[in-house]
Design a protein around this ligand. Structure first.
Ligand code: UT7
Length: 326
């Protein structure tokens, strides 16, 4: 038995921060941001919105599409690196807001690859018959941990949530065919948020050294990303006896248009097969893949049986791909 994605949903906070707005905050300009990243604007959670609030909104839409009552969800897994609190999990807050008592609920941490790690986890439970349905969410409010004095990073990120509902299918032509995941912890230093955990607990010094914010060696991440994404996509195609020509659609983590263009080029996938929305949202971390999937789905770009390749990479480094027959 395989699991099938039967519902998608997404949510972005109302407030929009444009590149022009950023020009007033740091020494940057619209032209640099557009040319180097492809981003034009991003959405920012207001002070009353936490990650679980965004996740809940996306979940409601996905459940509606799946025609699944919130109380009947059996498993909730949230990919996030900006949880409401260190504990309990953001998934538990989502469960409570859904009025659900049946589901077990937990978070997974794989930064921008979080939604694929969450999808892989839920897929195993659904495909094995252990649960009849699962709610998978990628949600992040990275703007809460952006250093608004660091132009290298603060221009990149936005807040959002995306959700997917999985159910089992007997249809041999459809479902999640494979998920391939990788990590290389020796690269932890090129993208991280060093402060606030057990290594550098909150203290005045940690705050003064700005360790509670995202630190990234952009060019190094860029190089690793292009190579790892190509490899993990080829791994997915090879494992399923497919070639790039078999793909109807690619849904990729929206970090940088240049990374995506170059990965697609290396794979031999035409750019029009990859749904892009980073110009509107920036890099939304765990939310990126499921929000992009939801947009493509609601735009009618996905047809039953289509081969769809998802890919993501982020801090860890952690990365992965999923090959799906829609
Ligand atoms: O989601 C997880 C995965 N994350 C990523 O995939 C991010 C990967 N990295 C990237 O996307 C790119 O490395 C960035 C977009 C972050 C940076 O682009 P880049 O082409 O690698 O630029 P750079 O860091 O090499 O910087 C080039 C120049 C520097 O100036 P100098 O030293 O050449 O004088 C920077 O100081 O651009 C300068 N710069 C900026 N200028 C205007 C850096 N940020 C900005 C800025 N506005 N916001």
């Amino acid at each position: 038995m395989r699991s099938l994605i039967v519902g998608t949903g997404s949510y972005a906070p109302k407030k929009v921060l444009t590149n022009a707005d950023l020009e007033k905050i740091v020494d940057t300009n619209d032209q640099w941001i557009v040319e180097r990243t492809g981003i034009r604007e991003r959405h920012i959670a207001d002070s009353s919105e936490a990650t679980s609030d965004l996740a809940y909104q996306a979940a409601v839409k996905a459940l509606e599409m799946a025609r699944l009552a919130p109380e009947d969800v059996e498993m909730i897994v949230v990919g996030t690196v900006t949880p409401d609190m260190p504990f309990p999990s953001t998934a538990c807050f989502v469960q409570a807001r859904l009025g659900n008592k049946k589901a077990f609920a937990f978070d997974v941490t794989a930064a921008c690859a979080g939604s694929l790690y969450a999808l892989a986890t839920a897929d195993r439970f659904v495909a094995s018959g252990a649960v009849k349905n699962a709610l998978v969410i990628g949600a992040d409010t990275l703007t809460r941990v952006c250093d608004w004095t660091d132009r290298n990073t603060c221009i990149l990120f936005g807040d959002a949530a995306g959700a997917m509902v999985l159910k089992p299918t007997d249809d041999p032509r459809r479902g999640i065919l494979s998920v391939h995941l990788h990590a290389d912890g020796s690269l932890a230093n090129i993208l991280n948020q060093p402060g606030g955990g057990s290594r550098h607990p909150f203290s005045q010094q940690v705050l003064d050294e700005r360790l509670t914010y995202i630190k990234m060696k952009g060019p190094e991440v860029y190089k690793v990303a292009v190579r790892a994404l190509e490899d993990v996509c080829r791994e997915a195609l090879d494992a399923n006896g497919m070639t790039a020509g078999d793909l109807a659609q690619v849904i990729a983590h929206q970090a940088n248009k240049r990374i995506l263009d170059s990965t697609l080029h290396r794979l031999g996938v035409p750019a029009e097969k990859c749904w892009m929305n980073l110009e509107k949202y920036g890099n939304t971390s765990s939310a990126s893949v499921p929000t992009t999937l939801d947009e493509a789905n609601r735009a009618g770009r996905l047809n039953a049986g289509d081969a769809l390749l998802m890919m993501a990479i982020g801090g860890g480094m952690a990365w992965g791909s999923a090959l799906v027959r829609w």
